[in-house]
Design a protein around this ligand. Sequence first.
Ligand code: NAD
Length: 438
Amino acid sequence: MASKGINIEECNGKLGVLVPGLGAVSTTFFAGVFAILKGLAQPVGSLTQMGTIRLGKRTDKNVPAIKDFVPLVRLEDLVFGGWDIFTDNCYRAAMNAGVLDERLLNQVKTELESVKPMKAVFDKNYVKKLNGSNVKSGKTKYDLAMQLIEDCQKFKDENKLDRIIMIWCASTEVYIEPTSTHQNLSNFERGLKNNSPDISPSMIYAYAAISSGIPFANGAPNLTVDIPVLTEFAHDKNIPIAGKDFKTGQTWMKTIVAPGLKARLLGLRGWFSTNILGNRDGEVLDDPDAFKTKEESKLSVLEYILQPEMYPNLYNDITHKVRINYYPPRRDNKEGWDNIDIFGWLGYDMQIKINFLCRDSILAAPIVLDLALFLDLAKRCKMRGIQEWLSFYFKSPMCAPELYPEHDLFIQLMKLKNTLRYIKGEEPITHLGMEYYD
Ligand SMILES: NC(=O)c1ccc[n+]([C@@H]2O[C@H](COP(=O)([O-])OP(=O)(O)OC[C@H]3O[C@@H](n4cnc5c(N)ncnc54)[C@H](O)[C@@H]3O)[C@@H](O)[C@H]2O)c1
């Protein structure tokens, strides 16, 4: 049934995009937007810029562009800022990251140079492989949160912004289990004031964002905003949040292939994924504690998609291994290998091999753009708390505690587009199609 549509606040003025972590992903995103605005490149991979949405019956032939269907901020109205532990401006950081070629970067040099990092909230206990000097000091984690809140306000005032969103694009933090500190606001704020080790820097950013009325998305696998206290805090403050871990290379491929195997009821004996990666992210993930955070995020996907409890004969006994090898010569150009041992009719074995030569940040940048625009839309639609319709973009999608996450890329896309239809009061599309044959 169609909703009546949601009263969407207009998207006047400028939208600030604040990013903790001015590294490969974020500078590729910023440089890309600047290049697109200058007509130097196309926003390939972005649903908000290139995607369409069908409305009504197939015979209606009504398929507008998504950006014409829902009111999204225009790229020229985005203003970028962020924090990093290194003092490099975004031109230098992009050059170091080595994702985009120098010729393209030089064409957007002035714009990139104008984005300079604010001092970060950083603690080496959570990212062991990095050392940087551009770091805030404060007696307590609470003081640091207050400094971030001030940064956000100052950024808004100085750039005359209407609204801000924040997306975590900083390094992956070590693995943390949820504890009582993460259960409610009084425990969490006590933890901030007592410097509890349960509270990582990314949680301090998320707390500062929500306190400031800023929607927050988490592009890394750290818990960050995926803890009861911050999901409830966001809900109570009417702030949309989303996470976690951008779905780019191998896991994206997994969420395409695994639903296909399950759709045809083909069995799986094992899935071995390995890859080589040489960027700073790869270096950070070389630390076993940081890798554990990533591994948890990557492993859960198959289990949820294949539902071994419902199909024990096909999926009960799977060996699933994921390896990431830090290999500097490849920089951001990751190479991934998947070996998939499957079985078919009468249990006969088959194999699938995937060799994906991808570019991590090239796949991640359009995701950051879409999340920025959709989170802002969600805020203007007064949608609050976890935005499950944005699962499409994440390896470990956040969802309500009583649900299991939906990992199937195609269900995720249908959910996203139906949410847009719902917002605008259009019929959701079920693909039933009986009416064509009445
Ligand atoms: N590129 C992808 O395809 C992809 C996919 C999924 C997730 N991610 C995640 O996105 C994040 C960014 O990836 P990247 O390739 O840009 O990494 P990167 O190492 O190039 O950039 C991360 C930046 O964060 C900074 N940083 C670390 N801790 C910080 C803190 N507390 N505050 C502010 N800055 C901090 C680092 O100095 C670095 O410049 C990583 O966590 C990565 O795991 C990336």
